[in-house]
Design a protein around this ligand. Sequence first.
Ligand code: AMP
Length: 578
Amino acid sequence: MTQKNYSSFAELGIHPNILAAIAEVGYEEPSPIQAKAIPEILAGQDIIGQAQTGTGKTAAFALPILSKLDPHSHHTQVLVLAPTRELALQVADAFESYAKHLPSIKIAAIYGGAPMGPQLKAIRQGAQVLVATPGRLCDHLRKDANFLSEVKFLVLDEADEMLKLGFMEDLESIFKTLPAKRQTALFSATLPASIKAIAEQQLNEPKHIKIAAKTQTVECIEQTYLMVYPEQKNTAILRLLEVEDFDALIAFVRTKQATLDLASELENKGYRAAALNGDIPQAQRERVIESLKDGRLDIVVATDVAARGLDVPRITHVFNVDMPYDPESYVHRIGRTGRAGRTGKALLLVTPRERRMLQTIERVTKQAVSEASLPDASSMLAARIKRLVKTLQPFTISNDTQHYYLDLIDKFTTDLNCTTEQLAAALLRCISNRRPLSAEEIERTEPKLTPITNKREPRERKERSNRGDRSERKGRGERSERTERSSRTSSRSNDKVTEGKIRCRTPVGSLDGVAAKNILGAILNEAGINKDQIGKITIRPSFSLIELPEKGLDKILTKLRDTRVAGKPLKLRRYRED
Ligand code: AMP
C-alpha cells in the first residue's frame, strides 16, 4: 500500500484551531480510518468509508470538513445525513466539540420528534453544518426548497442503516435539492448493492477506504463482554473488580481524560491504580510500569498509545473499557495478558451502538466472546468476606506478640462498654472500608445498572422491515423507545398498576442521567403531594414511568407542567400501553 502512515493529527493537515480542540478532547493519535480518510477528504476526494460505529468515523469526516469550511459564509455548507435522532445528536455534538475554537461556525441538528420552529430558526440563522435525519429534513424542504443550495460537502453516515430504515425515497428527494458540484463522503458498515448504486449515482470517482481485518488468533485468554450504557461503565467496572480475582490489571480507554477519571475513581475505592497516557512525562510513565511490575500498583488505566510496548507478566486481566478501533487493536490489547503460557482474562464493555463491532471481533478472531454476568449482591458479599478472611489470616497465627492484643481486648471492651463480639464487629466494619457486609445493604447501596440484552427484540426486527411507514421517520430514539415499551409490556403482563394509581410517562430516562430519586424529589417539591401518594417509579433508558394518584391527577399534572429534571422538561402524561 502506498498510503503514508500518519501517526499524529498535526501531520494530517488539520486546521490548527481544530488541533487545539482535539487535544482538549484528549485524542492522542488518529484511528486507522481517520489516518486514511482525512488526507483524502482534505484533498477534495469523494470517498466510501467502510467503517462502523466505534472506529472513529465521525472525526474521520468532521475534522477535514471543518478544516475546509468557509467561516465567513453563513449558508449551509455541510449536510450530514444520519439514520436516527440519536446518531444525529451525537454527530452534531462531535462537530461542536471539534469546532470549539472556530467561533463563527454554527452547527444545527435537525431530527424528528422535536418542534420544527427552533430548527428552522437555526437554519435561517446561518448554521454552516446541518446534521439531519432524512425524514425531518424533507419536512423542512417542503417548506423551503432552497436552503441546501450552497452545500459543498455531503456526508451519508451509516448509509446502510438509512436504507434499512426505509429512507431511500427521502434521500432521493434530498439529492435533487443539492448542487451537483460538491464533495461527498459515504460511510457504511456494509456495502450491499443498494448502497453501491447510490455511490455510483451520487459520488464522483470515489476512493474506497476500508480497514483490512486480518484474522488473528488469541489463545489462553478467556474472553467475555458486557453490554452497558456509556455512562454506567465505571459502575460496572467497580462491581466486576469486586469479584474478580486479579493479580494485575490493565484497563484500556480512549482518551487521556478517561485514564485520569477512571484511575482516580479506582483509587478512591481503595485500589492501587494509576493512569498512563501520552501527556505523562516519560520518566513518570516508566515509574508507573515498574510499580505495576513489582506489585506496588495493581491497576493501570491506559490509552493504546501510552501502553505501547508494555510487557508485564503479572497482568492477569485486560479490561477494554472503551471499544478498540478494530479487531487488530483488540487482539493487541488482550495479548497483554496470558503471557508465558498462563491463562488470562479479557473483558470488553460494549455499548448498545457498538454491538456490531463485537460481532466483527468475533468473526475476525474466529472465537466467540461470551457474555459476562454482572455480579449480584450475594456474590459481591461472598467476595468481600473471602478478601477479609485472606487479609486477617496472617494476623491470626499465634505468635509471641499475640498476648498484647488479647490484653487490650479487656481494656477496649471496658472503655467502649461493649461485649467482645461487639468489639469484633466494630473492627470488622473498620477494616472493611465501610463496605457493607450484608447482601441487603449491598443491594440497597450499590448504584443500579440498567440491564441490556444483546439480542434484538422481535418487535424491533419487525419494525425495521416495515420502514415504509412514514410515521416512523423520527429515528431510532423513538423506535427503540417503542421497543423498550413493547418488551416491558410483555414482561409486565403480571405487573399491575397499584390500586388507586395511574401510570404516567415522562420522556426523561437513565440516558439523561436521571434516577428514581430525582424524579421523586421533583414531584414532591412541585406537586405538593406526599411520598405515599407516589407509587412505583420505573426508569428506562429513554423514558420513565411513574404511578400517581388517580384522584386529582389532572391537577397534579398541571402543577408539574413546567417541572424539569436533570435540565429536561418532565412533560408527564398519562401512559397508555398500546
Ligand atoms: P465513532 O466511531 O465516530 O462513533 O467514535 C467512537 C468514539 O471514539 C467516540 O467516543 C469518539 O470520541 C472516540 N474517538 C474518535 N476518534 C478518536 C481518537 N483519535 N482518539 C480517541 N478517541 C477517539
